[in-house]
Design a protein around this ligand. Structure first.
Ligand code: FAD
Ligand code: UDP
Length: 374
């Protein structure tokens, strides 16, 4: 088969790698001037700069963990962000350290008693939105200081208008453990994500064309290729004919500073509503301070509204958008030549491991049973 993969992010790269391994020819086109999609890292003064925000690989899927380890060695980085609320510092995710900092409690029993009191306003009530979900998980104090401001900046909506599932991503635990994730495996590829994706695409059967937008020659591509794997926005592919899906965008402001250590941690979240950015990342701490000892690079992450032409970093998976996406999926089902994949093609708030897993399920179904759609 002659495959065209649109997008050189993790979905496209996994698909291309597997297709080439199975003897197919693959052309990968990418509209940006680099590969790796949103996991792109660029080396500056010995520091791997995460160009599109902090990316920490974590998974409990053994197959996916083994898969990525073929292409790079991972370090033992464990994400443990700090929250800054008007100068008060708290550990994340919500654990005994946070409860101690918030209320002075020392034991899990004291923390549970306090939380019970804090959650009481939600007792017996049904959960309809993120605010109610947050209060029923961690109570009002934590909600007001560590969730409300951050979430409303991040999504540009009131917490009462947001779906509950977003906050369920974060662990709540009664041990002194600041690991942000519950997964079995975690780390950052040594040498950066860009190298990892380069390795995935290193095959004579894969041709990569950067600075190439599918929509500039859509008809020609559809004529030339047996099958198209599209990892861009599904609504854009169909010229928004059923309406626009909603996305959240970001602006990144990166600075080089003439000090060795700016904030003492890779990720600091600003959880108040006034600070215009949500988080500041200090890239060298993802690799334990490597690089020049008198220099550091930081990036401030500002949430932004999305309009056509902006980068669509996050799908907004509320009911209205999920329903509209389902209608686009109906269109896609009729179109056997094109398969939609990845965070934008599937319109899902996927992590990296989920994107790779989805691509592997697709290639399993295509290359082992001969089916053409998942
Ligand atoms: P993308 O990486 O978006 O790749 C799609 C590619 O398609 C892009 O390069 C795009 O330019 C290209 N493209 C689109 N349209 C066209 C077109 N018309 N023609 C040609 N090319 C086109 N996940 C984690 O697991 N851990 C984290 O810590 C984490 N942190 C994140 C932080 C931020 C700020 C964001 C936004 C995401 C984070 N993620 C994280 C999620 C992770 O980035 C995604 O799951 C993953 O990168 C998605 O891969 P993809 O291949 O689906 O999409
Ligand atoms: N969140 C929060 N306070 C924080 C960090 C996260 O309220 O300090 C909420 C916020 O709603 C966010 C969600 O938890 O959108 C998921 O956070 P995560 O860090 O997983 O977001 P991502 O890395 O995907 O942006």
């Amino acid at each position: 088969m002659n495959y065209l993969v649109v997008g050189a992010g993790l979905f496209g790269a996994t698909f291309a790698h597997e297709a080439a391994k199975n003897g197919h020819n693959v052309t990968v086109i990418e509209k940006r001037d680099h590969l790796a999609g949103n996991v792109y890292t660029k080396e500056v003064d010995g520091i791997q700069v995460h160009q599109y925000g902090a990316h920490i690989f974590h998974t409990s899927n053994e197959r996916v963990w083994k898969y990525v380890n073929q292409f790079a060695k991972f370090n033992r980085y464990t994400n443990s962000p700090i929250a800054n609320f008007h100068g008060e510092i708290y550990n994340l995710p919500f654990n005994m350290n946070t409860f101690h900092q918030m209320w002075g409690v020392e034991t899990p029993k004291q923390a549970m008693d306090k939380l019970k009191e804090q959650r009481a306003e939600m007792a017996g009530r049904e959960i309809h939105n993120l605010e109610e979900q947050a209060i029923s998980l961690v109570g009002r104090d934590i909600y007001e200081k560590l969730i409300k401001g951050y979430t409303e900046k991040q999504w540009g909506k009131k917490t009462t208008d947001l779906p509950a599932f977003i906050i369920k991503r974060l662990p709540v635990r009664f041990v002194y453990d600041n690991n942000y994730f519950n997964d079995d495996y975690q780390g950052i590829p040594i040498g950066g994500y860009t190298n990892l994706v380069k390795q995935m695409l290193a095959s004579d059967q894969i041709k990569l064309q950067l600075n190439t937008n599918f929509f500039d020659q859509k008809d020609k591509y559809l004529e030339q290729y047996d099958q198209v794997i599209f990892t861009g926005m599904i609504d854009e592919f169909y010229q928004y004919q059923l309406g626009e899906l909603e996305y959240r965008s970001l602006k990144f402001e990166t600075e080089e500073l003439a000090i060795g250590n700016y904030q003492g941690n890779a990720v600091v979240n600003y959880t108040d509503s006034q600070t215009p950015y949500t988080r500041v990342i200090e890239h060298k701490h993802f690799e334990f301070g490597q690089g020049d000892e008198n220099k550091t690079i930081i990036t401030k992450e500002y949430p932004a509204n999305w309009k056509q032409g902006d980068e669509p970093y996050y799908p907004v998976n509320d009911q209205r958008n999920n329903d509209l996406f389902a209608k686009y999926q109906e269109l896609a089902k009729k179109d056997k030549q094109v398969i939609f994949g990845g965070r934008l093609g599937q319109y899902k708030y996927y992590n990296m491991d989920q994107v790779i897993q989805q691509a592997l399920l697709l290639t399993d179904s295509l290359f082992s049973s001969g089916e053409t759609k998942i």
